[in-house]
Design a protein around this ligand. Structure first.
Ligand code: TEU
Ligand code: CA
Length: 531
């Protein structure tokens, strides 16, 4: 929207690449990706023109939710390596001129975290108040649902009381109203900042403040509980406190996962004058065609309307993110593009163009730079995700939905699509592991879709990403320029301008299978005529 007056920051100019360590590269042949594996592949990431790596959780965890259930915030997950491996990885990232942000998962811990082990022991334990407990004799505290199936309340046998868990039972929610919890979290943040990380991606951060009255939720609220969970009474006070207590002395970036935050609320989180977060992830784009686990239809005008709306909503003092996938979403090219072999490459390049020329910091998910596609899951047993199992219990086991219908949707929406191993080359298991069996199967298309093949092909998706990151670096208008949708209603063409200080760039992306003709003003220079 507006131009000229946007404050310049390194993280607005950065391109971020997300690594899901379990599935990136296995260095020791145990079938699980690890930190030395990432270190060995850093040239691949740097070669893309990436500035920042976001590492999904690398902390000690029993893996009820693949690391989003942390047992010890100061220890590296044994399967991923040691603290020395982490330090070496961080040094390797810095040596290549990149920075590292890590995942801060502090809405909840693992039930195996020492705090919870103590908290559940007795009502009078000093750690009792680290979590959210309600008297078992009063019955279920309210009807809040867990995202991973069933109630958000679990009755704990030790005392008969209920504890709150918005996600799995093994992910009890911390009690942020307890100042000791907040101080402990800030100390953990300082521990990693002092090591030299450049910030945090904050997991479901709007959920940390709860309305501790736990009023009954209405039918409408139950259909999208995130909008209730994200609107606790002290969320902004806690984020401001966190900035002052933990972040302020460091030159860092923060990006909050803003599940349940509306675009109208966004400036409350990201307006620089408020001192909360730098950016948030809106769910509007990735959930454009979703109703819970169900897949619905989407249209290009609806997608365009979201980008225009988010751009208006963020305001002068805020900043947006742009992303088309992550470890919780299906593959971008299968979701928003066309993974038919005849169109996959052109389509993945079209999405790359969108990602890197919209107004906001782009977050690229591992594998999307080579156009990895959704996995051909068939049966329930093929899935790994705790969410799939919980939702199966709620929907199929209860007889509400047939197994066939549920699976038909999951084949398009499951989080597991993005968690299959990275495809490096055409050797067994795509070069991900030397083990006889990787922790999760490699996509059968790895013979043709892999990094080695893309590196060998000057017209590849990877090469297109390189072109785009270089272009973004060279053209400040692509970062700071005002955004205007030039044709909001066109069903197949996404055409927009980015303008800064007299520089006027136009981006035109064809989302359809048929060629489109485009009239350009006389004197137009073509920056990159990718097909
Ligand atoms: O996800 C938050 C979240 O609520 C959704 O994106 C989630 O993936 C689910 O689909 C909701 O139905 C974050 C992490 O990104 C995710 O991997 C974790 O499982 C979750 O929090 C709990 O930590
Ligand atoms: Ca390994």
């Amino acid at each position: 929207m507006q131009e000229g007056t946007i404050a310049r920051r390194w993280w607005k100019e950065a391109v971020v690449y997300q690594i899901y360590p379990r599935s990136f590269a296995d260095s020791n042949g145990d079938g699980v990706g690890d930190l030395p594996g990432i270190l060995a592949r850093l040239d691949h990431v740097a070669g893309l023109g990436v500035d920042v790596i976001w590492l999904s959780p690398h902390f000690d965890s029993p893996n009820a939710d693949n690391g989003y259930d942390i047992r010890d915030y100061r220890t590296v997950m044994a399967e991923f390596g040691t603290m020395a491996d982490f330090d070496a990885l961080l040094a390797g990232i810095k040596a290549r001129g990149m920075r590292l942000i890590i995942d801060l998962v502090v809405n909840h811990t693992s039930d195996e975290h020492q705090w919870f082990v103590e908290s559940r022991r007795s009502r009078s334990d000093p750690k009792r108040n680290y979590y959210i407990w309600r008297d078992g004799a009063q019955g279920l505290p309210n009807n809040a649902p867990s995202f991973f199936g069933g109630s958000a309340w679990e009755r704990d046998p030790a005392t008969g009381d209920y504890y709150l868990h918005y996600f799995a039972k093994k992910q009890p929610d911390l009690n942020w109203d307890n100042p000791a919890v907040r101080e402990d979290v800030y100390e953990i943040m300082r521990f990693w900042l002092d090591k030299g990380v450049s910030g945090f991606r904050m997991d479901v951060i709007p959920f940390i403040s709860k309305d501790q009255g736990f009023p009954a939720m209405t039918e409408a609220e139950l259909r999208a509980p995130e909008f209730v969970y994200a609107n606790g009474p002290h969320i902004h006070a806690y984020l401001q406190e966190m900035r002052g207590a933990a972040l302020a002395p460091y030159d860092v970036m923060t990006v909050g996962e803003a599940f349940g935050v509306t675009d109208a609320q966004a400036p409350l989180f990201v307006d620089a004058a408020r001192g909360e977060l730098d950016m948030i992830f809106h769910f509007d784009v990735v959930r454009l065609d979703r109703d819970g686990w169900r897949k619905t239809d989407w249209t290009l005008p609806a997608l365009k309307a979201i980008y225009a709306r988010l751009d208006r909503a963020v305001g002068q003092g805020g900043w947006n993110t742009v992303f088309l996938g992550n470890h919780d979403n299906p593959r971008a090219v299968s979701h928003f593009g066309d993974d038919d072999p005849a169109f996959r490459v052109a389509s993945a390049k079209a999405l790359a163009t969108l990602l890197l020329t919209q107004r906001g910091t782009p977050f690229l998910y591992q594998g999307d730079e080579i156009g990895m596609t959704n996995y051909p899951f068939l049966a329930l047993e093929d899935f790994d995700d705790v969410e799939v199992r919980g939702q199966w219990q709620d929907n199929v086991a209860t007889g509400k939905v047939s197994a066939a219908e549920f699976l038909a949707h999951l084949r398009q929406t499951s989080r597991d699509h993005s968690r299959t191993p990275m495809q490096w080359d055409a050797t067994p298991h795509a070069g991900f592991t030397a083990a006889a069996k990787p922790w999760f199967p490699v996509h059968p298309d790895f013979g043709s879709i892999n990094v080695a093949a893309d590196l060998a092909d000057p017209g590849s998706i990877y090469r297109h990403y390189q072109t785009l990151t270089a272009l973004r670096r060279a053209e400040p208008a692509l970062v700071y320029g005002a955004y205007r949708d030039l044709d909001p209603d066109h069903p197949a063409l996404f055409s927009y301008s980015r303008a800064l200080d007299g520089d006027h760039l136009q981006v035109a992306i064809n989302f359809g299978r048929d060629p489109l003709a485009l009239d350009l003003p006389p004197g137009t220079t073509l920056l990159n005529g990718s097909r």
